[in-house]
Design a protein around this ligand. Structure first.
Ligand code: TYD
Length: 217
């Protein structure tokens, strides 16, 4: 389906781990749903068979070569596009997607593959209407992962690796990308998210002012 005939909207949340994008996705989902808008949320890697295989990479990092790892993310995305993203776009839904092919460019690119070539290999996937790219200093993201989530860094989250990931994210330039400064308090970040989303969804001023009221996570 081309952009002119697309009925729904695809809004992607991207960024390094620990930037708070998943929290913001949930807040936006809740706000839009409360206003009666047809919103659905999803994530990559998915919970399908390939997504589960990918999550095994966290525990056994030497299981696959980087090319095989890339193939797994692409296979997961093909299934996601076929079974969820395209059908929901056809139904006119507003899709909020936690990670998409920019993560593949940044993370598998950080393993040494060419980010632009990775983006080209994702030509089968519908282009997002809007990409919210969450950016925060790396020390802050790592603190949020280790203190906030009480986690240790997984295979994708080692500092040097994340530095490369963040550098690739910073260098990707596409008209659909809006950069979100994720270093401030949650409410401030939420306001930036709303400001980016409002024009795309042509939100009625009454809906926008309700969404703008502070809300708890
Ligand atoms: P994450 O959002 O952290 O999922 P969860 O917290 O549910 O485990 O994503 C998992 C990791 O997968 C993340 O560190 C980035 C990585 N990833 C890639 O390397 N390539 C990709 O194409 C995608 C979508 C994610």
């Amino acid at each position: 389906m081309n952009e002119r005939t697309r009925r729904g909207r695809l809004i992607v949340f991207e960024g390094t781990d620990g930037t708070g994008k998943s929290t913001q996705l949930k807040l936006l989902h809740r706000g839009l749903a409360q206003q009666g808008l047809p919103v659905v949320s999803t994530r990559e890697p998915t919970d399908g068979a390939f997504g589960r295989q990918i999550r095994n990479l966290y525990v056994n990092r030497h299981q696959y070569s980087r090319e095989e790892e890339l193939e797994l993310f692409l296979a997961d995305r093909r299934e996601h596009v076929r079974d969820f993203l395209q059908p929901n776009l056809d139904l006119g839904k507003i899709i909020l997607c936690d990670r998409y092919y920019f993560s593949t460019a940044a993370y598998q690119g950080a393993l040494g593959l060419d980010p632009e070539e990775i983006l080209r290999r994702n030509a089968f996937a519908p282009e997002p209407d809007l990409v919210l790219l969450f950016q925060a200093p790396l020390w802050l993201s790592i603190e949020r992962i280790t203190n906030g989530r009480g986690d240790t860094l997984n295979r994708f989250e080692q500092r040097e690796f994340l530095e490369k990931v963040a550098a690739i994210f910073a260098a990707i330039d596409r008209p659909c990308i809006r950069r979100i400064d994720a270093s401030g308090p949650m409410e401030e970040v939420r306001r930036q998210v709303l400001a980016a989303v409002a024009p795309l969804l042509s939100l009625h001023p009454r809906i926008l002012s309700s969404l703008n009221e502070p809300c708890l996570p």
